[in-house]
Write a protein of this length. Structure first.
Lengths: 115, 110
């Protein structure tokens, strides 16, 4: 248990659905991240929030919309996804963003399947 | 050129042997390096980080960093079947991004 929780753990959705992924961290961290992990590919950083402000958007399509209402919570809103968006979506947190040695702690992930 | 490279494996070692996992990176200004272990179907978990040239030891794990050669490695001594997993190398680049390698699959044979 790393102190980072994600819900739901599994999600199946159609291409016309709207759903949201939730992440919560109990570590007192100020930076939170969304990653995508597809089969046979490296982890891909999607978004970074530092002190509730978005500092990184790694050219993510607009059908993925992040929201960070406070330093402990991070959401990823999903709309009109494609089957190729099926992947494991991982949330992570760290003390802050920009420090030299800020290790990240990962949540268990949400396994997303888009039909 | 990929920013962080690892041999995909699988790397097979007998139980009790030393497993050596290697990683190279392209951004010479990278500051910090991390090794994560990821069991099948699970999320990554941090094993070690290193930011100074040389060796850093923690139990059975030793991370080695050579910035001149842009090379970082992870040695696992007395390998156990429970060490069988995918090991991810990550680098914190000079432009403040954490880039992950594709991972090396390790199999420890009893």
């Amino acid at each position: 248990e790393t102190g980072v929780t994600q819900t739901p753990r599994h999600l199946v959705m159609g291409m016309t659905n709207k759903k949201s992924l939730k992440c919560e961290q109990h570590l007192g961290h100020n930076a939170m991240y969304w990653y995508k992990q597809s089969a046979k590919k490296p982890l891909e950083l999607m978004f970074v929030y530092n002190f509730k402000e978005q500092t990184e958007n790694n050219s993510v399509p607009s059908r993925f919309s992040p929201e960070c209402p406070n330093s402990s919570h991070l959401f990823l809103h999903l709309h009109t996804l494609q089957p190729e968006d099926s992947a494991l979506y991982l949330c992570a947190s760290s003390q802050d963003w920009g420090g030299a040695h800020r290790e990240q702690f990962f949540g268990p992930g949400t396994r997303l399947t888009v039909l | 050129q990929k920013e962080v490279e690892q041999n995909s494996g699988p790397l097979s070692v007998p139980e009790g042997a030393i497993a050596s996992l290697n990683c190279t990176y392209s951004d010479r200004g990278s500051q910090s390096f991390f090794w994560y272990r990821q069991y099948s179907g699970k999320s990554p978990e941090l094993i070690m980080f290193i930011y100074s040239n040389g060796d850093k030891e923690d139990g059975r794990f030793t991370a080695q960093l050579n910035k001149a050669s842009q090379y970082v490695s992870l040695l696992i001594r007395d390998s156990q079947p429970s060490d069988s997993a995918t090991y991810l190398c990550a680098a914190k680049t000079s432009y403040d991004k954490v880039i992950f390698g594709p991972g090396t699959s390790l199999s420890v044979i009893p």
